[in-house]
Design a binder for this molecule. Structure first.
Ligand code: CTP
Ligand code: MG
Length: 229
Protein backbone atom coordinates (compact mmCIF):
# COMPACT_ATOMS: atom_id res chain seq x y z
CA UNK A 1 0.00 0.00 0.00
CA UNK A 2 1.42 3.36 -1.05
CA UNK A 3 0.06 6.52 0.55
CA UNK A 4 0.63 10.17 -0.30
CA UNK A 5 1.42 12.76 2.39
CA UNK A 6 0.48 16.30 1.37
CA UNK A 7 1.76 19.16 3.55
CA UNK A 8 -0.78 22.00 3.23
CA UNK A 9 -0.28 23.81 6.54
CA UNK A 10 1.82 26.72 5.28
CA UNK A 11 0.75 30.36 5.26
CA UNK A 12 2.30 31.39 1.93
CA UNK A 13 4.31 34.27 3.37
CA UNK A 14 6.31 34.85 0.16
CA UNK A 15 3.16 34.82 -1.96
CA UNK A 16 1.43 37.37 0.26
CA UNK A 17 -2.30 38.00 0.42
CA UNK A 18 -4.95 36.67 2.75
CA UNK A 19 -5.68 33.25 1.24
CA UNK A 20 -2.88 30.65 1.67
CA UNK A 21 -1.68 29.70 -1.79
CA UNK A 22 -2.79 26.05 -1.54
CA UNK A 23 -6.37 27.39 -1.67
CA UNK A 24 -5.83 29.78 -4.59
CA UNK A 25 -7.56 28.68 -7.80
CA UNK A 26 -5.96 27.88 -11.13
CA UNK A 27 -7.90 26.42 -14.05
CA UNK A 28 -11.07 26.26 -11.95
CA UNK A 29 -9.97 24.60 -8.73
CA UNK A 30 -7.64 25.12 -5.76
CA UNK A 31 -3.98 24.13 -6.10
CA UNK A 32 -4.46 21.62 -3.27
CA UNK A 33 -7.23 19.88 -5.23
CA UNK A 34 -5.03 19.68 -8.34
CA UNK A 35 -2.28 18.08 -6.24
CA UNK A 36 -4.67 15.55 -4.64
CA UNK A 37 -6.30 14.73 -8.00
CA UNK A 38 -2.92 14.01 -9.58
CA UNK A 39 -1.92 11.71 -6.71
CA UNK A 40 -5.19 9.88 -6.09
CA UNK A 41 -6.08 9.35 -9.76
CA UNK A 42 -2.83 7.35 -10.07
CA UNK A 43 -3.39 3.59 -9.72
CA UNK A 44 -0.25 3.23 -7.58
CA UNK A 45 -1.48 5.57 -4.84
CA UNK A 46 -3.95 4.15 -2.30
CA UNK A 47 -4.83 7.14 -0.10
CA UNK A 48 -3.67 10.53 1.16
CA UNK A 49 -3.03 12.33 4.44
CA UNK A 50 -3.25 16.12 4.25
CA UNK A 51 -1.58 18.30 6.94
CA UNK A 52 -3.58 21.44 7.68
CA UNK A 53 -3.04 24.56 9.75
CA UNK A 54 -4.89 24.37 13.09
CA UNK A 55 -8.46 25.58 12.65
CA UNK A 56 -8.07 25.88 8.85
CA UNK A 57 -11.46 27.35 7.79
CA UNK A 58 -10.99 26.53 4.08
CA UNK A 59 -10.46 22.76 4.20
CA UNK A 60 -13.40 21.25 2.26
CA UNK A 61 -13.53 18.22 4.55
CA UNK A 62 -12.92 15.56 1.91
CA UNK A 63 -12.89 12.01 3.28
CA UNK A 64 -12.59 10.31 -0.12
CA UNK A 65 -11.44 11.41 -3.57
CA UNK A 66 -11.29 9.17 -6.66
CA UNK A 67 -12.75 6.45 -4.43
CA UNK A 68 -9.71 6.49 -2.10
CA UNK A 69 -9.48 7.57 1.54
CA UNK A 70 -8.38 11.10 2.45
CA UNK A 71 -7.34 11.78 6.06
CA UNK A 72 -6.52 15.15 7.57
CA UNK A 73 -4.19 16.05 10.44
CA UNK A 74 -2.83 19.19 12.05
CA UNK A 75 0.55 20.30 10.66
CA UNK A 76 3.42 22.00 12.47
CA UNK A 77 5.59 25.11 12.50
CA UNK A 78 7.95 23.92 9.75
CA UNK A 79 7.15 21.91 6.64
CA UNK A 80 9.06 18.93 8.06
CA UNK A 81 6.90 19.04 11.22
CA UNK A 82 3.80 18.90 9.01
CA UNK A 83 5.16 15.87 7.14
CA UNK A 84 6.02 14.10 10.40
CA UNK A 85 2.49 14.76 11.66
CA UNK A 86 1.08 13.24 8.46
CA UNK A 87 3.29 10.17 8.91
CA UNK A 88 1.89 9.69 12.41
CA UNK A 89 -1.66 10.00 11.03
CA UNK A 90 -1.19 7.15 8.53
CA UNK A 91 -3.44 4.13 9.05
CA UNK A 92 -1.77 1.40 11.10
CA UNK A 93 -1.99 -1.06 8.20
CA UNK A 94 0.55 0.93 6.16
CA UNK A 95 3.57 -1.24 6.98
CA UNK A 96 7.01 0.12 7.95
CA UNK A 97 8.52 -0.91 4.61
CA UNK A 98 5.73 0.51 2.41
CA UNK A 99 6.49 3.58 0.31
CA UNK A 100 5.04 6.97 1.14
CA UNK A 101 5.06 9.83 -1.37
CA UNK A 102 5.42 13.35 0.04
CA UNK A 103 4.06 16.03 -2.28
CA UNK A 104 3.65 19.80 -1.78
CA UNK A 105 0.06 21.07 -1.87
CA UNK A 106 1.42 24.01 -3.85
CA UNK A 107 2.63 21.81 -6.76
CA UNK A 108 -0.47 21.45 -8.95
CA UNK A 109 1.01 20.25 -12.25
CA UNK A 110 2.15 16.72 -11.44
CA UNK A 111 1.86 14.18 -14.27
CA UNK A 112 1.06 10.47 -13.92
CA UNK A 113 4.17 9.28 -15.79
CA UNK A 114 6.42 11.08 -13.27
CA UNK A 115 4.61 9.35 -10.38
CA UNK A 116 5.01 5.99 -12.11
CA UNK A 117 8.75 6.43 -12.66
CA UNK A 118 9.29 7.76 -9.11
CA UNK A 119 7.50 4.80 -7.51
CA UNK A 120 9.49 2.36 -9.64
CA UNK A 121 12.81 3.96 -8.66
CA UNK A 122 11.94 4.17 -4.95
CA UNK A 123 10.68 0.59 -4.88
CA UNK A 124 13.98 -0.56 -6.38
CA UNK A 125 16.19 1.31 -3.90
CA UNK A 126 16.16 1.13 -0.09
CA UNK A 127 17.10 4.83 0.27
CA UNK A 128 14.12 6.09 -1.74
CA UNK A 129 13.96 8.53 -4.66
CA UNK A 130 12.89 12.06 -5.55
CA UNK A 131 11.76 13.86 -8.68
CA UNK A 132 14.32 16.46 -9.73
CA UNK A 133 15.74 18.27 -12.73
CA UNK A 134 19.31 19.28 -13.62
CA UNK A 135 20.17 22.95 -13.15
CA UNK A 136 20.14 24.63 -16.59
CA UNK A 137 21.10 28.23 -15.84
CA UNK A 138 24.61 29.50 -15.25
CA UNK A 139 25.11 29.97 -11.51
CA UNK A 140 26.67 33.10 -9.99
CA UNK A 141 27.94 33.54 -6.44
CA UNK A 142 27.05 37.00 -5.07
CA UNK A 143 29.12 39.23 -2.80
CA UNK A 144 26.08 40.52 -0.88
CA UNK A 145 26.25 43.95 -2.57
CA UNK A 146 24.93 43.04 -6.00
CA UNK A 147 28.30 42.05 -7.44
CA UNK A 148 29.44 38.71 -8.83
CA UNK A 149 32.24 36.91 -7.02
CA UNK A 150 32.39 33.76 -9.10
CA UNK A 151 30.68 31.50 -11.62
CA UNK A 152 29.90 28.15 -10.03
CA UNK A 153 30.00 24.80 -11.81
CA UNK A 154 26.50 23.43 -12.25
CA UNK A 155 27.27 19.98 -13.68
CA UNK A 156 26.47 18.03 -10.52
CA UNK A 157 23.59 20.22 -9.34
CA UNK A 158 19.91 19.31 -9.44
CA UNK A 159 16.72 21.07 -8.37
CA UNK A 160 14.69 18.96 -5.95
CA UNK A 161 10.96 18.63 -6.69
CA UNK A 162 8.21 16.59 -5.13
CA UNK A 163 6.88 13.92 -4.86
CA UNK A 164 9.71 12.37 -2.84
CA UNK A 165 9.24 8.68 -2.04
CA UNK A 166 10.67 6.76 0.92
CA UNK A 167 9.86 3.76 3.04
CA UNK A 168 7.58 4.82 5.84
CA UNK A 169 9.90 3.94 8.72
CA UNK A 170 13.06 5.39 7.12
CA UNK A 171 11.27 8.71 6.60
CA UNK A 172 9.88 8.70 10.14
CA UNK A 173 13.32 8.06 11.62
CA UNK A 174 14.96 10.68 9.38
CA UNK A 175 12.46 13.44 10.19
CA UNK A 176 12.38 12.65 13.93
CA UNK A 177 16.18 12.62 14.04
CA UNK A 178 16.51 15.98 12.24
CA UNK A 179 13.85 17.47 14.50
CA UNK A 180 15.66 16.24 17.64
CA UNK A 181 18.92 17.74 16.32
CA UNK A 182 17.22 21.09 15.72
CA UNK A 183 17.83 20.90 11.97
CA UNK A 184 15.13 22.23 9.65
CA UNK A 185 15.01 19.92 6.65
CA UNK A 186 13.62 21.80 3.65
CA UNK A 187 12.81 18.56 1.88
CA UNK A 188 12.48 14.92 2.94
CA UNK A 189 15.63 13.85 1.10
CA UNK A 190 17.72 16.26 3.21
CA UNK A 191 16.61 14.50 6.38
CA UNK A 192 17.24 11.07 4.84
CA UNK A 193 20.70 12.13 3.56
CA UNK A 194 21.65 13.03 7.15
CA UNK A 195 21.31 9.34 8.04
CA UNK A 196 23.97 8.52 5.45
CA UNK A 197 21.49 7.38 2.81
CA UNK A 198 21.65 8.30 -0.87
CA UNK A 199 18.19 8.72 -2.34
CA UNK A 200 18.03 8.37 -6.14
CA UNK A 201 17.45 11.32 -8.46
CA UNK A 202 14.64 10.67 -10.94
CA UNK A 203 14.61 13.24 -13.73
CA UNK A 204 11.10 14.66 -13.84
CA UNK A 205 9.17 17.12 -15.97
CA UNK A 206 10.39 20.70 -15.51
CA UNK A 207 6.81 21.98 -15.55
CA UNK A 208 6.15 20.37 -12.14
CA UNK A 209 6.39 23.84 -10.66
CA UNK A 210 5.86 24.91 -7.07
CA UNK A 211 3.76 28.03 -6.70
CA UNK A 212 5.73 30.44 -4.50
CA UNK A 213 4.95 33.86 -6.01
CA UNK A 214 2.09 35.43 -8.03
CA UNK A 215 4.16 34.97 -11.21
CA UNK A 216 4.25 31.21 -10.53
CA UNK A 217 0.47 31.14 -10.21
CA UNK A 218 0.09 32.81 -13.61
CA UNK A 219 2.34 30.14 -15.11
CA UNK A 220 0.44 27.36 -13.33
CA UNK A 221 -2.80 28.72 -14.77
CA UNK A 222 -1.41 28.43 -18.32
CA UNK A 223 0.01 24.93 -17.76
CA UNK A 224 -3.15 23.58 -16.11
CA UNK A 225 -5.59 25.19 -18.54
CA UNK A 226 -4.02 23.43 -21.52
CA UNK A 227 -4.11 19.97 -19.92
CA UNK A 228 -7.00 17.88 -21.19
CA UNK A 229 -9.23 16.67 -18.35
N1 CTP B 1 3.86 23.60 4.57
C1 CTP B 1 3.32 22.90 5.64
N2 CTP B 1 3.63 23.28 6.92
C2 CTP B 1 4.47 24.30 7.15
C3 CTP B 1 5.05 25.01 6.08
C4 CTP B 1 4.72 24.63 4.77
O1 CTP B 1 2.54 21.98 5.44
N3 CTP B 1 4.73 24.63 8.42
C5 CTP B 1 3.49 23.22 3.19
C6 CTP B 1 2.91 24.35 2.37
O2 CTP B 1 1.51 24.48 2.63
C7 CTP B 1 3.24 23.93 0.94
C8 CTP B 1 4.50 23.07 1.09
O3 CTP B 1 4.65 22.79 2.48
O4 CTP B 1 2.23 23.12 0.38
C9 CTP B 1 5.73 23.75 0.53
O5 CTP B 1 6.08 24.88 1.35
P1 CTP B 1 6.21 26.37 0.83
O6 CTP B 1 6.15 26.44 -0.64
O7 CTP B 1 7.37 26.98 1.53
O8 CTP B 1 4.82 27.02 1.36
P2 CTP B 1 4.63 28.08 2.53
O9 CTP B 1 5.49 27.73 3.68
O10 CTP B 1 3.17 28.19 2.76
O11 CTP B 1 5.13 29.45 1.84
P3 CTP B 1 6.19 30.50 2.44
O12 CTP B 1 7.45 29.71 2.70
O13 CTP B 1 6.35 31.52 1.35
O14 CTP B 1 5.58 31.04 3.68
MG1 MG C 1 7.64 27.71 3.47
Amino acid sequence: MTWALVPAAGSGRRFGGEVPKQYLHAAGKPLLEHALDALLSHPGVDGAVVSLAAGDPRWPGWTTLHGKPVLACIGGVERADSVLAALHALPADVAADELVLVHDAARPNLHADDITRLIAAAAAHPDGAILAAPVRDTLKRADGEGGIVATEPREALWRAFTPQAFRRDLLRRALADAQAAGIVATDEAMAVERLGCRPRLVEGREDNLKVTTPADLALAEILLARRTP
